[in-house]
Ligand binder design. Structure first.
Ligand code: HEC
Length: 245
C-alpha cells in the first residue's frame, strides 16, 4: 500500500496519478455525449430574433449589459423558484454569440420577457433608481435620445445567416421557414423585407412610448420583452427535458 506521503514526495508519481484522476473525470463528462442523439431539446416556438429584436440585442452587447446580467437559469430549485424554468440549450441556439454571461451583479434576464411593461423598462433604463430604490444599475439615457440606425440591417441578418441562423435570402429558404415556423414568423425572417419589418414592429409595438421616432430604446425593450418567452412550458411535462441533460 502506498502512503500519501510517498506520493506527495515523488513528483513523477504525483503527476502520473493526477493525470489518471483527471482523465477519469474527463471521460465521465465526455463519453455520455457520444451516446445521446441530441443535446438540443426538441421544442416548439424557438425562432431567430426579428430585425428589431436583433438590433436590441446588438445594443445589449454594445452597452455591456452581460457584464452584470446572465441569461442562463440553472436547473437548481432556488433559481427556478426565482426566475422560472431553467434555460434550455434550444433557447440560445440562434444566439451568436450566446449571452449566458458569467457574472450576476443584477438578476438573471433569461426570462425577463413579459415580466414588466414596456413603460417600466423605459423608466428603469433611463433611471433605475426611479423604480427600484437602491439599485446600482447605471442610467442609460442615450437609448431614448439616439435614433436607431438600421440601414445595415440586411447585412446584419446576412452575417448571421452565414453562421447558420435561418434568415431567408431566397424563395426556397422562405418556404422552408414557412414550414418550420409558420407564415407570420417566416415573413419576419426574410432578409429582403428586413427594413420594412423593423419599422413595422417598432411602430406597432411602440416600445419606447413615442410612435413618432424609432429609437435605440425601441430595439432594446423589444429584445428584453422576448427573452425567455418563446417556449410554452405548459406544453411539456418536466420529465421530458431531463432526457437531454
Ligand atoms: C453595474 C451592473 C449592471 C449593468 C451594467 C446593467 N445592470 Fe441591469 N440590473 C443591475 C442590478 C443590480 C439590477 C437589480 C436592481 C434593479 O432592478 O435595478 C438590475 C436589474 C435589471 C432589470 C430588471 C430585472 C428583474 O428581473 O427585475 C433589467 C431588465 C435590467 N437590469 C436590464 C439591463 C440592461 C438592458 C442593461 C444594459 C443596457 C443593464 N441592465 C446593465 C445591474 C446592472
Amino acid at each position: 500500500m502506498i502512503k500519501h506521503e510517498q506520493i506527495e514526495t515523488n513528483a513523477g508519481l504525483l503527476i502520473a496519478l493526477t493525470m489518471i484522476v483527471i482523465s477519469i473525470g474527463g471521460l465521465v463528462e465526455i463519453v455520455p455525449l457520444f451516446f445521446i442523439e441530441d443535446t438540443i431539446e426538441k421544442v416548439e416556438g424557438v425562432r431567430p430574433y426579428t430585425p428589431l429584436e436583433l438590433r436590441g440585442r446588438d445594443i445589449y452587447q454594445r452597452e455591456g449589459c452581460y457584464l452584470c446580467h446572465s441569461q442562463m437559469i440553472r436547473p437548481f430549485r432556488d433559481e427556478m423558484l426565482r426566475y422560472g424554468h431553467y434555460s434550455l440549450a434550444a433557447e440560445s441556439q440562434y444566439d451568436h454569440p450566446f449571452q449566458w454571461g458569467s457574472k450576476r451583479t443584477g438578476p438573471d434576464l433569461g426570462r425577463v420577457g413579459g415580466k414588466y411593461s414596456n413603460e417600466w423598462h423605459v423608466a428603469h433604463l433611463l433611471g433605475p433608481r426611479d423604480v427600484v430604490p437602491g439599485s446600482i444599475m447605471p442610467n442609460y439615457p442615450w437609448l431614448l435620445e439616439n435614433d436607431l440606425p438600421y440601414s445595415d440591417i440586411q447585412d446584419r441578418l446576412r452575417a448571421l445567416r452565414t453562421a447558420g441562423v435561418p434568415y431567408s435570402a431566397n424563395q426556397e429558404e422562405y418556404e422552408a421557414n414557412v414550414e418550420r415556423f409558420g407564415e407570420e414568423v417566416a415573413g419576419q425572417l426574410d432578409i429582403l423585407n428586413a427594413e420594412e419589418n423593423l419599422v413595422g414592429q417598432a411602430l406597432n409595438g411602440n416600445y419606447d412610448g413615442n410612435r413618432g421616432r424609432i429609437t435605440e430604446m425601441d430595439a432594446i425593450v423589444a429584445y428584453l420583452q422576448v427573452l425567455g418567452t418563446m417556449v410554452d412550458f405548459g406544453q411539456y411535462d418536466q420529465g421530458y427535458f431531463v432526457e437531454f441533460r
